[in-house]
Each structure stands twice: as C-alpha cells, then as structure tokens.
Design a protein around this ligand. Structure first.
Ligand SMILES: Cc1cc2nc3c(=O)[nH]c(=O)nc-3n(C[C@H](O)[C@H](O)[C@H](O)COP(=O)(O)OP(=O)(O)OC[C@H]3O[C@@H](n4cnc5c(N)ncnc54)[C@H](O)[C@@H]3O)c2cc1C
Length: 400
C-alpha cells in the first residue's frame, strides 16, 4: 500500500490574494501572466529568488513614446518620493510608452522593479554638491536625446524641485508644480489654501507632491541601462557661473528635529538600560525617539514621542528597541524606509511592519551593537579608510 502523503512544499511559488493571503495551489504551475490581468504585454519578468511571486513586464510592445522621470539619488538609493514619481509614470504610460529614468548620482537600486524601462545613471553628479547649471545642461541633453512626451520629477526641496523649475524656464516648457493627482490626461494641484483643486491637461513638466501615488506596482519595467553622452558644460566639477557651494554642514544628530532625522533609534517599554541605549545612539550618530509608554514612564521627554499623539518621522533607518508596534506608534513611522525591530516576541505587531527583525533581548543587542560599531571603527581607522556612514554601520551590526 502506498503511504506517501501528498504535502504542500512551503517553498513552492505562491500568489498573494487581494486580501493579502498567501495562496499555494496544489498541482498547478505558477503563471504570473495568467494571474495578473494588469499586464499590457504579457511577457514575463525575471523570476525572483525564494519562490516569490513573479511580476509581469508592464509592456513588451515596441516603444513609440517616452515618459521621462528625472531625480537625484541619495547614497545610491532612490527615496520614497522618487519611487512614487516612477510609479506615476509607469501607471500613466500605455503599452506603447516606455518609462525612462535619469538619475543624478550613483544608482544601486533595481529601478526595473520600480517601473523603469530605460535607466540613465549620471554618476558624476551628487545631491550633496550644488551644481544647478551643470545639472540643467545634463537634463537638457538627456531630453534632447530621449525626446520625452512629458517629464515627471519629485517636487522636493533637495534639488529635484529646483531643477524641474529651472528646466521649464530654460526650455520654455509648460509646468505644473505640487501635483497631487495625475492620470494620463490631466494633473491637479491644490488651490486657494487647499479649498479647491486646479486641474489642467498634462503639461511638459510635472512636479509631483510627496504621497500622491502608491509606489507598489503590480508589474516591473524592462530596466535596460543606456548611456547618454553629456555636453562639455555638464561635465567637470566646478560650476561655470558665480555660485559658491558652501557644502553641507554636519551637526550632532541630537540637535536634529526628529521629523528631519535620517537615522533614528527608538526605545520602548522593553528598554531597561537607557544609558546604554543613549550610548548606542551616540555611536551610530542617530537621533533618539521613544514610544509613549517609555515617555510616560519618565525615561524620555515628551518631544521624543513618536506616534499618533507624538511626532511623525521619515527616517531612512528606524530601529525600534523593545517597542510592540501598537497602531498609534506605527502611524508615526509609516513613512520610514527601513524599519528594524529588536523584540523578544516574534509575534509583536512591529515585526509585521519591520523589514528586518532581531528576535532577542534589547540590552544584549544594544551591547553587541556598541561593540560592533567600535570594532568596525577601529578596523577602518587602522585600514586608513574614512568612517562608515550610519546606515552601513547598522547593516554590519545586524549581520554580525
Ligand atoms: C489615544 C492614544 C494615543 C496614543 N499615542 C501613542 C503615540 O503617539 N505613540 C506611542 O508609541 N504610543 C501611543 N499610544 C500607546 C500605544 O497604544 C501603546 O500602548 C504604546 O505604543 C506601547 O509602547 P511600547 O511598545 O513601548 O510598550 P509595550 O506595549 O509594553 O511593549 C513593549 C515591547 O517590548 C518587548 N520587550 C519587553 N522586554 C524586552 C526585552 N528585554 N528585549 C526585547 N524586547 C522586549 C515586548 O515583547 C513588547 O513587544 C497611544 C494610545 C492611545 C490610546
């Protein structure tokens, strides 16, 4: 008698239903194209590791038109706002339209996953160096070569909003700023102190406000890297005009307003040794936040509280030590990019939100992270290298 029991392979490819339920189907071969009716073209994107659902290519038809997204990268990454703009471009593009991405600065992110079909990396630029004229010439050169129907950029105060406005003035292009609604035909911005909407047909340059678009796409872009030769005016390090770049002033993380901090370590009820926690924040160069319980217990001042009745933060890295992740706390960290949780309880709500969780004791983890930072610093100092960035240091500490 055959006693073999048929079992579901937990590593088998699966689909995620609209309700967020992971579904593994017995006997069926996974077909990403069949399962996703939002695909225009139907060609399959590359398979992802570990049996994750494969997203289809947005389109496989030849491009007759281009929507261009231009933005600065930040230490090789595209921030949330830029991801939203890329998603907007991919969502308004039809099957014959490609999404091209021009990145000012180094790009290490996989922009195909974010919807880009063509990627131009202008690695000689850096968001931290003020070079408005060179950037304008570089953008104009890219536009001349790509000939896009529209240009979409994040309307931010860190370079892209300024560059978009400069480009529109330079090229005599139509422009809409602080756009909060977009589709293939129209854009809208708030008017009259947010009492009304002003709508118009899609202009040449669209500067999107943050939070207007959900960056999670049901498809991927082709992600082909292309080179564009820049004119002499866009190359070189010195600005030809009379600007003087005074650089970026580094200040102590403790002086940064929590809402502006890029790296935050946050303490909850599971942190007993506040002195060690503050020592770690100093070693990381991170700003300090806290849950309401930690504040109510008198361990931190009220202005450190993060959450619904505290502050809303947007850090690139947020490490939650001994914080359960109550809904009121999660509201305050919804815009954080990488959330790392340290908690004894693997079923705490923060674990669902976190990109990485360390199931362990906060005191022990804090002590080993302090050791790791010291070790990494001394290794680097003896190798004569420059100090690590805070984000890189966290990654090392966590991996160890
Ligand atoms: C109207 C209202 C507004 C609120 N506003 C806010 C707000 O703005 N911000 C906010 O944070 N909260 C707010 N709260 C409170 C919120 O509901 C939670 O009570 C609070 O966030 C819990 O804080 P906590 O996670 O630090 O503590 P707890 O819920 O006690 O969780 C502690 C966590 O630490 C873990 N832990 C314990 N010991 C250790 C250890 N040694 N090592 C590792 N992990 C450990 C536990 O597993 C647990 O997950 C609000 C509540 C209400 C009703």
């Amino acid at each position: 008698m055959n006693t073999t029991i048929k079992r579901i392979d937990p590593r088998r490819p699966f689909t995620i239903t609209a309700a967020g339920i992971r579904r593994i189907t017995l006997g069926a071969t996974f077909d990403a194209n069949a399962s996703n009716d939002q695909s225009h073209g139907g060609a399959s994107g590359g398979a992802h590791a570990h049996g994750q659902a494969v997203k289809p290519l947005r389109t496989s038809q030849p491009a007759q038109r281009t929507v261009l997204v231009a933005a600065h990268s930040d230490r090789g990454a595209l921030d949330e706002h830029t991801r939203q703009v890329l998603a907007a471009a991919a969502l308004i593009a039809d099957a014959q339209t490609q999404v091209a991405l021009v990145v000012f600065g180094e790009l290490k992110d996989d922009a195909a996953v974010l919807g880009a079909d063509r990627i131009v990396e202008l690695a000689t630029f850096d968001r931290r160096r003020f070079a408005p004229e060179r950037e304008l010439q570089a953008l104009a050169a890219c536009v001349a070569q790509i000939a896009p129907a529209h240009i979409l950029m994040p309307d931010n105060a860190t370079g892209d909003g300024d560059l978009g406005r400069r480009y529109a003035a330079y090229a005599g292009a139509s422009i809409a700023t602080q756009v909060v609604e977009i589709d293939a035909a129209r854009v809208s911005s708030y008017a009259q102190a947010k009492q009304a909407y002003a709508s118009r047909a899609l202009p040449d340059v669209v500067l999107l406000a943050a939070g207007a678009v959900d960056p999670r796409l049901p498809f991927v872009g082709a992600g082909e890297r292309v080179e564009i030769a820049l004119p002499a005016e866009a190359i070189g390090t010195a600005e030809a005009t009379g600007y003087k770049d005074l650089g970026i002033e580094e200040i102590d993380a403790a002086q940064v307003a929590l809402e502006e901090a890029d790296f935050i370590v946050s303490a909850g009820n599971g942190v007993a040794d506040v002195a060690a926690f503050e020592q770690l924040a100093g070693a990381f160069g991170a700003a300090i936040g806290a849950s309401r319980v930690a504040v109510d217990n008198g361990l931190f001042p009220r202005d450190k509280q993060i959450g619904a009745t505290g502050k809303t933060v947007e850090a690139s890295v947020y490490i939650a030590f001994g914080i359960s992740g109550a809904v009121q706390h999660l509201q305050g960290i919804k815009d954080c990019r990488h959330v790392i949780a340290v908690n004894l309880d693997g079923s705490a709500p923060i674990v669902k939100r976190a990109n990485l969780t360390i199931i362990g004791d906060t005191q022990a983890t804090i002590a080993s992270l302090i050791d790791e930072v010291a070790r990494a610093r001394s290794t680097r100092a003896s190798a004569g290298a420059t100090a690590a960035t805070p984000a890189a240091t966290v990654a090392e500490g966590v991996a160890a």
